[in-house]
Write a protein that binds this ligand. Structure first.
Ligand SMILES: CC(C)(COP(=O)(O)OP(=O)(O)OC[C@H]1O[C@@H](n2cnc3c(N)ncnc32)[C@H](O)[C@@H]1OP(=O)(O)O)[C@@H](O)C(=O)NCCC(=O)NCCS
Length: 279
């Protein structure tokens, strides 16, 4: 009933809108009363990005590209985790064919999010390490809920080198000097630290407040001609996008070489054990 009301309202706001039922259970996509697409990752316990979740994110991003909503807010259904980043089990002793598809789907999600024409914001309602931070940084605006949460690219701590496009996305968000220091030291930022270096744009009291603040950002574009806005965004983001487009295959091969490396597998093994010991 509620969903029907939301869809009807969205249709009123955007006549060409298609039904906004989610593509599957791992991502919920709705257009709310303000005509904003809310994309919620819901893969318990920590929204780790496995192939299935990435496929659904990719499809949902296609939906948003078509639905003519005012913008996208990416968030999570978990009260403490935005996304734990790449699902380590996709990299640990993987089936290489699946690993390749996993990586190309991750690339697709990044192209569609970082390179989107529509306005994007992340309501980061919990921890956002690694790929979680990448998704947030791929948006144009970030609001993070206050709490003992952290955000950052921690790949080097796992013995993994973050791909160039992860680095590019960070350099697009914070100054290069800060990015180099954060990447090499696998630095995870508290909410206040992230705010200080503008890794996030605002903090929020809770998820509802984060969504409201993301909407205020999206609302700013009511006064800006949309074509000028989207072309400007495309141009300013062009270099990292072109770089991955030109090197997509090599990037996948590099990932596969990493996961085939026994030393990387050893680091992942230790990391998985350390995560389990925590419990
Ligand atoms: C996100 C995080 C802060 C959440 O902490 P938390 O709420 O205390 O949750 P837990 O650490 O207990 O994790 C819950 C479960 O998810 C698993 N998990 C966490 N992150 C995961 C990941 N990235 N991939 C796969 N499984 C993961 C844990 O092993 C644990 O599994 P278990 O229930 O079988 O023991 C923490 O899980 C974390 O730091 N994860 C690793 C993030 C990371 O380094 N990602 C980089 C991947 S390249």
């Amino acid at each position: 009933m509620f969903l029907r009301k939301v869809v009807n309202n969205a249709k009123r706001l955007a006549p060409n809108i298609r039904t906004m039922a989610s593509q599957g259970p791992l991502v919920d996509l709705t257009v709310d009363n303000d005509g904003v697409s809310i994309m919620t990752m819901q893969r318990p316990p920590v929204n780790s990005l496995n192939l299935d979740l990435l496929r659904e994110l990719s499809k949902s991003l296609d939906e948003v590209a078509k639905n003519k909503s005012r913008g996208l807010i990416l968030t999570s259904s978990s009260p403490t985790v935005f996304s734990a980043g790449l699902d380590i089990m996709e990299m640990y002793k993987p089936d290489f064919k699946r690993a390749e598809e996993f990586w190309t789907t991750l690339q697709d999600v990044w192209f569609k999010l970082f390179g989107s024409n529509f306005v994007t914001a992340a309501a980061i309602n919990g921890h956002a390490p690694a790929g979680g931070c990448l998704l947030a940084m791929s948006c144009e605006y970030r609001v993070m809920v206050q709490g003992k949460f952290t955000i950052g690219l921690n790949e080097t701590a796992l013995g993994i080198v973050a791909p160039t496009w992860f680095m590019d996305t960070m350099c697009h968000t914070i100054p290069m000097r800060e990015a180099e220091y954060a990447l090499t030291t696998a630095r995870m930022f508290t909410v206040d630290e992230a705010l200080k270096i503008r890794l996030i744009d605002e903090s929020a009291a809770d998820k509802a407040d984060a969504i409201t603040k993301c909407k205020s950002f999206i609302k700013k574009f009511e006064r800006i001609p949309p074509l000028a806005r989207s072309i400007t965004k495309q141009k300013i983001r062009q270099a990292p996008i072109k770089n991955l487009q030109d090197n997509r295959k090599a990037d996948s091969e590099e990932f596969l070489a990493y996961v085939k490396n026994p030393k990387v597998q050893q680091s992942l093994d230790m990391y998985i054990q350390s995560l389990k010991k925590k419990a």
